[in-house]
Design a protein around this ligand. Structure first.
Ligand SMILES: [Zn+2]
Ligand SMILES: [Zn+2]
Length: 283
């Protein structure tokens, strides 16, 4: 039995890094990982334009390190919605200069798109916690930019959003219409029950966190049209958050053993849907 992780992070500066994670994941039955970049400060970098540039280089290198361990990898870089308020409140970006800063970061991202170095953009979207509304608006402007790039370069998009049931999905449909990005390129990352039903009903792809309690609910209630993610942040200060990639595998095997899910269902999530969404060849 083979398993995929459709959204995870690796941190070679503070955490285990891609090599160790990919090795352990592969030894546990993993064949595919989508690696999404973290914010500059996670890698001990200043969030300057140069800091973002260095961040993207680290992500790319880590994707290659994972590949060398023999797993298939999809590589994502972006500008996390949670970065925006931090850039202003914690770092020295002036609010009125924020969108100029974003534009410069996106010039670098577009350069990566143009050179074919990445498979997708992420994570972008809206913050899931309370912030000054101006940062919600700013994050939507960022998301719009990312959607345009995804459309222009035929790349996937990992959206980090609030768990806002049908409202979240309706709003994303408007942005899709506005930008013309293809529905099949848009992935609702970290969709939990409550949002997930609306996402799949509208024909979108979602990645669902592989937490045991969540799996028990979705396996019972939802058709296998989605993907599973660990969203592991590889931060030793927050061990096992959201879930270790290999623990996500154990969770599935445990539920399989109990007879609450079958092989066919898990193969759809871990192989068929990955092949279709990420356009990779099957293992
Ligand atoms: Zn996220
Ligand atoms: Zn994430």
């Amino acid at each position: 039995m083979l398993f995929a992780d459709a959204h995870t992070h690796v941190n070679p500066v503070r955490g285990l890094g891609a090599k160790a994670i990919a090795k352990k994941f592969k030894d546990s039955g993993g064949w595919f990982m989508a690696i999404v970049g973290l914010s500059p400060w996670s890698y001990g970098l200043e969030p300057s334009i140069e800091g973002y540039e260095k961040t993207f280089r680290i992500v790319l290198r880590e994707c290659n390190n994972a590949k060398e361990e023999g797993v298939k990898v999809a590589c994502f870089i972006g500008l996390h919605p949670g970065d925006l308020d931090k850039l202003v409140y914690k770092y020295s970006v002036r609010q009125e200069k924020l969108m100029d800063f974003v534009a410069k970061v996106f010039n670098i991202i577009e350069d990566y798109c143009r050179k074919g170095l990445i498979d997708g953009i992420g994570e972008v979207g809206r913050p899931h916690y309370r912030v000054d509304p101006i940062f919600v608006v700013a994050s939507e402007l960022v998301m719009e930019k990312a959607m345009v790039l995804a459309k222009d370069y035929d790349l996937l998009l990992h959206l980090h959003l609030e768990q806002g049931d049908g409202i979240t999905v309706e709003s994303i449909k408007r942005f899709i219409k506005l930008t013309g990005v293809l529905v099949r390129l848009v992935i609702f990352h970290h969709a939990r029950p409550g949002l997930l039903e609306h996402v799949v009903k509208n024909g979108f792809t979602a990645t669902v966190p592989g937490i045991e309690a969540v799996l028990r609910t979705v396996f019972k209630r939802i058709e296998p049209t989605y993907l599973l993610e660990s969203d592991f942040i590889d931060d030793p200060n927050r061990p096992g958050v959201v879930v270790y990639p290999w623990q996500m595998i154990d969770n599935q095997l445990r539920i399989l053993k109990e007879g609450l899910v079958n092989d066919e269902y898990l193969a759809k999530l871990n192989i068929d849907n990955v092949v279709k969404v990420y356009r990779v060849s099957p293992p």
